[in-house]
Design a protein around this ligand. Structure first.
Ligand code: PLP
Length: 355
């Protein structure tokens, strides 16, 4: 065997899933993406004014750092662009952990936390939600008792939403600080109503914040996310970055979105109002929903409902939803929220199926 290290990776199962969704005609409510489409001429607008050498030269990323720094009101030395938050998480774990390091994350959550934890041979302590959709702060304290390295809080979390206020996050950051533990706040779903944890960076040296262009900015395709932290941590975690952090096209689109932030804000406001509309409509169907600060809702069906059958029937209408989840949430599914007119199609179909 020529490979001498990391042989455990052989046993980790990673597949490139072709999900079989009809992306053109289907209603995509299963991946917390942008449910409607961007206007047809967006790429034309993005590329408008780019020099002829745009595609023939290596990417120029410094302007994006500047625009992002201005947008966030954060010094650019505190920013690191990555391939989505996915890239941020991998980078942080790879650089700041050793095999056997203790990390924790809310559970269930974004699946890649577990995958990277297996890859880097970390001890992942799940802070579990209960059936009533709460996690216990005592579990965080329990984790912090035992040589903790990094606590990840997706805020808000998905598929089960909890959303801590800045005051609550401050308390957790302080507890982590006392235990020499880094707190990473994963703000994938920021801009839909949650508090920003960026002010924590001024008060705590142990806090890192993650953001992305995939959700509120509606561009998961360009794979742009970023890490925000103090310059001391940044001087370590930014070093293994690739020679070219992002492609020229991704950079150009991210810059375009920052230049046109009013469009992004408008879209987020539309989703927030549609989320409330869907909640009301679900209530009329006698269904409980849970979700206040993201672009998704957890819907719980009544005891005895065959939830898989509902999901399959929706699927056959090309309406894609996520779930049912594992016990104790096996009566629940998650839907992504899109504009009201598209959500009406979901509600009408659900109503028809449930009758
Ligand atoms: C909580 C959470 N964190 C991170 C991510 C990854 O986002 P990105 O597309 O920026 O890699 C997701 C994606 O669904 C998520 O739900």
């Amino acid at each position: 065997m020529f490979v001498k290290k990391n042989l455990h990776l052989k046993n980790i199962n990673r597949i490139r899933v072709s999900e079989g969704r009809d992306l053109v005609n289907g209603l995509r409510l299963d991946r917390n993406e942008k449910v409607d489409n961007w206007e047809k001429n967006i790429l034309e607008n993005v590329l408008n004014g780019k020099p002829e050498c745009f595609l023939s030269t290596y990417p120029e990323i410094s302007t994006l750092y500047e625009k992002l720094s201005k947008h966030l009101n954060v010094n650019k030395n505190k920013l690191l662009l990555t391939s989505g938050i996915d890239g941020s998480i991998k980078n942080i774990l790879e650089v700041l952990c050793n095999p056997g390091s203790n990390i924790a994350v809310l559970s269930p959550t974004y699946a890649m936390y577990q995958v990277y934890s297996d890859i880097f041979r970390l001890n992942l302590f799940p802070i579990k939600y209960n059936e009533e959709l709460y996690f216990s702060e005592k579990d965080i304290e329990k984790f912090l008792e035992n040589s903790p390295d990094i606590l990840f809080i997706p805020n808000p979390n998905q598929p089960i939403e909890s959303c801590l206020s800045i005051e609550e996050l401050k308390k957790i950051a302080s507890k982590c600080y006392d235990k020499n533990c880094i707190l990473v706040v994963d703000e994938a779903y920021h801009y839909f109503g949650a508090d920003s944890s960026l002010p924590l960076l001024d008060d705590f040296d142990n806090v890192i914040v993650l953001r992305t262009f995939s959700k509120a900015f509606g561009m998961p395709s360009i794979r742009v996310g970023y890490t925000i932290c103090n310059e001391k941590i940044m001087s370590i975690i930014s070093k293994p970055r690739l020679a070219h952090e992002l492609s020229s096209l991704s950079i150009a689109i991210a810059e375009y979105l920052l230049d046109n932030y009013d469009k992004v804000r408008e879209y987020c406001d539309e989703i927030i109002s549609s989320r409330e509309f869907v909640k009301e409509e679900l209530k009329k169907l006698g269904l409980k929903s849970h979700g206040y600060k993201g672009n998704y809702l957890l819907i719980t069906f009544h005891n005895g409902t065959n939830v898989s059958e509902i999901v399959n029937k929706l699927y056959s209408e090309k309406i894609y939803v996520k779930g049912p989840w594992e016990k104790p949430w096996s009566r629940s599914i998650t839907i992504t929220i899109g504009p009201e007119k598209l959500m009406k199609k979901f509600i009408e179909n659900l109503k028809f199926i449930m009758e």
